[in-house]
Design a protein around this ligand. Structure first.
Ligand code: SF4
Ligand code: MG
Length: 338
């Protein structure tokens, strides 16, 4: 089976007054139909930029994009804006943290959902309205026949988030990119939205990229996990592999800075010291080395000098100079220290 989305050696660099920001620096991954890839990392790790680039929403004047983005066999990098515009909303769609930013305050919820449908499917006003009602019902808005005429400010935060999902899914896209869509919501609504996405995926076979800084969310929704640091992938694998036997010290840090999950490694709650790297002047060698408690365990200052290669076998791999023996030992120590 061919991957539905295949990203190969993606590099996204921005020109700024201070120099070139290497926001994404050699990222590759595949996503199959109907599956969820969780991309996890701190802010500034390149996760949102990656996905805006897939959608073609970057600024072409200041951004250079290298590498390949193949969606269902079609190359998107360098595709004409008209092609991308057609694909956006129709074949791929995105939901964000802030529904208010994607909904206009001046138009009713129904008009906005209907507009996307009319634009891509050439539907009449009446059909678009019926479709909007159907979508609101599908995402669990009560009394959609009357709610369809509400404005965004008449919806609660959770309902606005549902309306945004309805708008994203109105043309049955095959790829949905969700960028921290539940971060601003309280825990109960967050759980409802996650369930909704899972239901919709089961029903329509949508492939989902779920971007988050929260491994708890990953544990809930992802099939595969990609851990990003400083514009690069540092670890990837199935959810079980990454959460139960994490290989990269950065992933250990992420796991130890979250409340315990059921089952997987349960290490103490403490945030990773230091801050994410500058993408203008990234650290030499391993980009994580200034923050890594294990860099000194690797001989010859290698972590500061030599960039570890990401080797992936059967979808599993990490980019770190530690040996397998070291990794097993340190992870056991971390787990025991709790
Ligand atoms: Fe830490 Fe070195 Fe591994 Fe980077 S390569 S994560 S600095 S041990
Ligand atoms: Mg972001």
């Amino acid at each position: 089976q061919q991957p539905f989305l295949s990203v190969k050696d993606l590099k996204v660099h921005f020109s700024t007054e201070d120099g070139v920001v290497k926001a994404v620096d050699g990222l590759s991954f595949d996503l199959m139909r109907g599956k969820t890839l969780g991309i996890v990392g701190e802010s500034g790790s390149g996760k949102s930029v990656t996905n805006l680039t897939i959608l073609g929403l970057h600024n072409p004047d200041s951004t250079s994009v290298e590498g390949s983005i193949e969606l269902d066999g079609q190359e998107l990098n360098g595709a004409p804006e008209k092609t991308l515009e057609h694909l956006r909303g129709n074949k791929m769609a995105m939901i964000f943290q802030d529904a208010l930013a994607s909904l206009s305050p001046y138009h009713t919820i129904g008009a906005q959902i209907g507009e996307v449908y009319r634009k891509h499917k050439g539907a009449s006003k009446k059909e678009a309205r019926e479709r909007a009602v159907e979508m609101l019902r599908r995402v669990g808005i009560p009394q959609p026949e009357s709610r369809v005429d509400n404005y965004p400010h008449e919806f609660s935060g959770g309902m606005r988030q549902r309306a945004m999902i309805a708008m994203a899914l109105v043309c049955d896209p095959e790829l949905l990119i969700a960028d921290e869509p539940t971060t601003a919501l309280d825990v109960t609504v967050q759980a409802q939205i996650m369930d909704l996405l899972k239901d919709l995926q089961r029903e329509f076979g949508t492939a989902i990229i779920f971007i988050t800084h929260d491994l708890g969310v990953i544990a809930d929704i992802a099939d595969e996990v990609l851990v990003m640091y400083g514009g690069r992938c540092v670890e990837r694998g199935t959810k079980k592999e990454v959460l139960s036997s994490p290989r990269h010290p950065y992933t250990w840090g992420l796991l130890s800075s979250m409340p315990s999950l059921d089952g997987p490694v349960d290490v103490p709650l403490n945030p990773i010291p230091g801050s994410p790297p500058s993408l203008l002047n990234p650290p030499s060698g391993c980009r994580f080395h200034p923050r890594c408690a294990f860099a000194e365990k690797v001989d010859g200052n290698r972590c500061a000098k030599e960039s570890p290669v990401l080797e992936i076998t059967n979808g599993r791999g990490s980019a770190c100079h530690l040996t397998d023996e070291q990794r097993t030992e340190y992870l056991a120590d971390l787990t025991a220290a709790k």
